[in-house]
Design a protein. Sequence first.
Length: 626
Amino acid sequence: MAIQDVVFGKPLATDEERGEHIGVAAGIPIFGLDALTSAAYGPEAAMSLLIPLGMASVGYILPIISAILILLVIVFFSYRQTITAYPSGGGSYTVATENLGAGAGLLAAAALMIDYILTAAVGISAGVTALTSALPSLQPHTLELCLLILAILVVVNLRGVKDTGTAFIIPTFMFIGTLLTLIGVGVFKTFAAGGHPVPVMTLPQDIEAVHPYLGYAFVWLILKAFSNGCAAMTGVEAVSNGVMAFGEPRAKKAKATLSVIIAILIVLLYGTSWLAKHYQIMAMNPDAPGFQSLLSLLVMAVFGRGWFYYVTMGSVLLALALSANTAFADFPRLTRAIAMKDYLPHVFILRGRRLLFSHGIYALTVFTAFILIAFKGVTDRLIPLYAIGAFMAFTLSQAGMVIHWKKEEKHAGRGWHMFVNGVGALATGITTCVVLVTKFKDGAWVTALLIPALILLMLGVRKHYTRVHSEMQDMAPMNLDNLEQPIVVIPMAGWNRITEKAMRFGLLMSPDIKVVHVHSEDEGEHQLEDDWETKIMVPIREKGLQHPELITIPSNFRFIIAPLMGYILQLETENPGRKVAVLLPELVVRHWWENALHNQRVQLLKLLLLLRGNQRIVVVNIPWYL
């Protein structure tokens, strides 16, 4: 069995696609892990901005998380309706394009692509943060660990949707189980202690001097904490994007999956925030010595640093690292939908050996690695860039759904659906503005610049495909006028088996052959001219064939490519209406590394002819297999 079959699985036939469809149990880890694991860093992201308030910050986390949960419920009901209306997959790009126009669709596409890249980066980074909280000695190796987890994710995802879901089910439910246990035991101990529980062990303190935030400054701080906490809402759209991955009935299974994900997320977000308030635990400065995540401090407070601590932090590490899989599940589907409209390279439409849109996975991997390296794998440095794309996509999707229901005049409950999606569009639109304004200075400006840049790139791709289509389309009958054998040009350094093969093929193509030899003083005593008469011309005369012409070009400066290019372009100019066929003899080696042992002038000449040539210059490879 080939190594790639062992690592990535055997290739799947097209008719095996049905076997790759998933149910609710597999759908939760594949499409919900990003949303669920945001409970591990969402409250902390909000509290980290409240550090200047000192211990007073723990009193504000519940109202902030409650506001986020209200928004989450609104978005949840909106996306249930989106799944109903678009059972074939109704992501923001599809909904916005069909109902708001191509411009809105491109805005949603750009926002979502950036969000998915950041989803992958933040998930991996947060997972490694959980690991380094449990094992502080690994903190200097944060970036290396991030890239290792990224590589593992790529391999798992390239095995296909079904294998990915199977691999992620245990880590997902282990994460959910340990956090629910933490919340349940923590709540019990809180009520048993009369609302004032005592941590099992002394927690590290990282309390800075309290700054007097009053008036507008205080409101601004709360808004910034809210916008940071909104990172907990990313990934909610994933199910509506991936409806086609489910087995029949698709819409029903997709809605059930979304409902389970949101219900668990609400419990995890509110539960961890509630415990943080009652145990009086605040977020630590990520640059402080001995930094630990909020979740690490919570588990230590409720259970101590025993076996359950390490099981919980291990499950958090696995789940957070694997949460990037939501991006790997949806990004390729999104790029395929965009490429179908000619706004991205058509390579994103192609399916790989495991029925995946593999090139989308490759692109996501490269961009995620770049982001992780640029920000050194630190979660708090990535959060300011996060959530803007997601909320922009939320807004466009819900606004598009309002228009969709408006068109469906005969649909029962049309007015209610329009109201729900309208409220969703308004709420997420306001949140988008809040997130953008409050995070702008901290790094959101990068996302704000990347979105229009990506839109311009997609418009450029579309312009290219439009031009190609207009030039290639020709419905007229075949034109057989002015058919004439081409002028054949054969660059020849010396006489050998490879050039003999090119010469034989040239004699079949045309009687008009130009053998071009660039003469350099470094060639030594034996020249092509020495073999020309005896080994080439004598056999040709005996067969009575048309005589080829030997063109010798002196090169005092040892240049080879430039004189050849100059001659070929001049020949094409001097013979308007005739094609020039350039035959390029080249050696084909058995092993790829053997290419380094031979000069690559033929490849360079071929490239230059393609770039500087025109419709009348034809390049023909004449391979000699070693």
